[in-house]
Unconditional design. Structure first.
Length: 589
């Protein structure tokens, strides 16, 4: 566990831990010496010359006082180190989060990260004060006692030495059994927590379809699995828990029997037997303390493993020689990509070429032009947008911006170059203004208003009683879907990056607002590179180039006129949309 602590803390936290361990080791050894000194004290007191006890008593007093002083230092430094640990861990987790690919942050992983930063860091910060101190005591104090016992009776020390491997083996066995059971239970608890969260978040849908808690199978299954894991822990864990205590008591009984037989045989005097039994009693007590720590240690160990898995996860390699994009044209050159299915702490692994989603995707978007990317659901359009913003690295091929491989551009420069509006808008708790200003916190009033007008947000702000100061609620829940979308578009426009990606950015807008945005997009194409993923005809018609994507490949490309004339998938799309539009016009009042 100490090794794990060092790994998780990294070099910056190692110094605190070193100092604490030295103090703890000193205290544990002094405690062992104080216990050992009980032997000459008792032997002299119960022997023929009790008056000679004073020097031993003085040594015992000095040892006990030194132990008490070191113990006081250890207690306070345990808490100090704990709070430093929490600071170091939070900083390391934050640094790692910044290095991880954006695509890593799925909702499940974000939830797990928040559990790690909360619950797990608290477990680890309690480790020095509540676990390391008793742990060093239960290992070093018995070792000191065994070593010192050689000075008084070699036979007793030898028996203790021979029993030690058995005790260690029993301890390791019970720890490994409990650890496996704990891990299973932790996973079951995590699954239940996720399902409860999902159940709470999906209440509107579940109620609309008349599904109550009894009818929500996923949550039922998770709760049943958790109670099964609890029962398994009790059933299989109890033998492990009692076995170590049983083994230490057996050692004590063995020594008692041997000591009595040596005393009856005349090779040990009664005061020595009594004193040694007191000493062995202290030793077995210390060892039993180790067994009591087992549960806390397993929990801390599992928590450390989870932290280690995230901290040890492969970050995006930083470019060895960072380059700046020379312009804002975009190029996908024979790009292949597949999603990896991995859990929170998995290290990077390559995808199976058979399951690749994108294959041989190549296209160019010239600077200051607009490209519409269309295709059926699941074709891979959003994935193309994510690869351009380097949410992930491609499996094969290259994505270039301004002639430079995105892997050679620092994440800061890339973020400044590319702006994205996704269909799933996320707003931060705060006001509308706070949320738009995320795009450029230093923007002046005029820039802010201009972005709002271009996104059609100015009308939203006018209609709301608190205007720009309207609070959006957690995740933007206080606004309608269309209002949220306009806030996120204004945010991206305020950022004013040379490349703008709009992924179904108008899906939640009504016709009037879509028209505002379509003319905005057309105007933006004059000085930005635009990639627009859309099903809206008006936007597609405004594009300089249309790319049709099907099953992870670009199957058609060209201008609207060219594609309609070719008579492929795009021509079908065009026909369906125009007839749908015609139908809509007929029924409109
Ligand atoms: N983070 C992810 N992890 C694993 N698979 C994913 C992930 N995101 C998308 N996929 C899968 O990749 C495929 C393509 O998804 P993508 O969102 O790129 O398609 P799309 O063409 O944008 O679809 P839509 O028009 O419905 O948004 C889908 O089968 C989807 O399930």
């Amino acid at each position: 566990m100490i090794r794990r602590l060092y790994r998780v803390l990294g070099p910056e936290g190692a110094g605190f831990l070193n100092r604490l361990l030295v103090v703890l080791a000193g205290a544990a050894i002094l405690q062992g010496l104080a216990f050992t000194l009980l032997v000459p004290v008792l032997r002299t007191l119960l022997g023929e010359r009790p008056g000679e006890v004073w020097p031993w008593l003085a040594a015992l007093t000095v040892c006990s006082l030194a132990y008490a002083a070191l113990q006081a230092v250890a207690v306070s430094s345990g808490f100090t180190v704990g709070s430093r640990l929490s600071r170091v861990l939070h900083r390391r987790l934050a640094d790692r989060a910044l290095d991880l690919p954006i695509g890593w942050f799925t909702p499940a992983r974000a939830a797990e990260l928040s559990r790690l930063a909360g619950q797990n860091v608290i477990q680890v910060m309690n480790t020095p004060a509540h676990l390391l101190r008793p742990l060093t005591g239960s290992v070093l104090t018995p070792l000191t006692i065994v070593a010192a016992t050689f000075l008084f009776d070699g036979r007793v020390a030898l028996v203790l030495l021979l029993c030690a491997p058995v005790l260690v083996a029993v301890h390791l066995w019970s720890t490994s059994v409990m650890s496996g059971l704990d891990r299973g239970r932790d996973a079951a608890i995590g699954e239940s927590a996720d399902r409860v969260l999902e159940f709470a978040q999906n209440q509107p849908v579940l109620r609309a379809f008349g599904r109550t808690v009894d009818g929500y199978g996923a949550l039922d299954d998770a709760l049943v699995a958790q109670s099964r894991a609890d029962r398994r822990l009790i059933r299989r864990g109890v033998p492990g828990l009692v076995s170590f205590a049983f083994a230490t008591r057996t050692v004590f009984a063995l020594l008692l029997a041997l000591g009595v037989s040596w005393t009856l045989g005349g090779s040990m005097d009664a005061p020595t037997l009594l004193a040694l039994l007191v000493l062995v009693g202290r030793l077995t007590d210390s060892l039993s303390g180790a067994a009591d720590l087992g549960a806390g240690m397993r929990i801390a160990r599992n928590g450390l493993d989870r932290l280690d898995a995230v901290l040890g996860r492969q970050p995006f390699p930083r470019p060895a020689e960072p380059r700046l994009p020379r312009g804002a044209d975009v190029e996908f050159d024979a790009v292949g990509f597949g999603y990896r299915h991995e859990s929170v702490g998995d290290s990077a692994s390559r995808t199976d070429p058979e399951t690749e989603l994108l294959r041989d995707v190549s296209f160019r978007i010239p600077e200051r032009s607009m490209t519409a990317l269309i295709g059926p659901s699941g074709a891979g359009k959003t994935t193309v947008a994510r690869l351009l913003a380097r949410f992930w690295d491609t499996t094969t091929g290259t994505v270039r911006i301004g002639g430079v491989d995105v892997r050679d551009i620092t994440s800061e420069d890339l973020a400044a170059t590319v702006s994205i509006v996704f269909q799933d808008v996320y707003l931060f708790e705060g006001t509308i203004e706070d949320n738009v200003r995320v795009g450029d916190p230093d923007a002046d009033e005029e820039k802010l208003r201009r972005a709002a007008v271009m996104a059609g947000l100015d009308r939203v702000v006018e209609e709301l009683p608190d205007g720009w100061a309207t609070r959006v609620g957690e995740g933007g829940t206080a606004l309608s879907g269309g209002q949220r979308q306009r806030v996120s578009i204004a945010r991206a426009l305020l950022k004013d990056a040379p490349i703008l990606i709009l992924d179904e950015a108008t899906a939640a807008l009504d016709q009037e607002n879509e028209a505002v945005l379509t003319s905005t997009v057309q105007a933006l194409a004059a000085d930005k590179t635009l990639l627009v993923i859309t099903h809206r005809l008006a936007t597609v018609l405004a594009a300089d180039q249309v790319l049709v994507m099907e099953n992870g490949r670009i199957t058609e490309r060209g201008t609207h006129a060219h594609l309609v004339a070719t008579g492929g998938t795009y021509a079908d799309f065009w026909r369906q949309r125009t007839s749908a539009n015609g139908w809509r016009l007929e029924v409109a009042p």
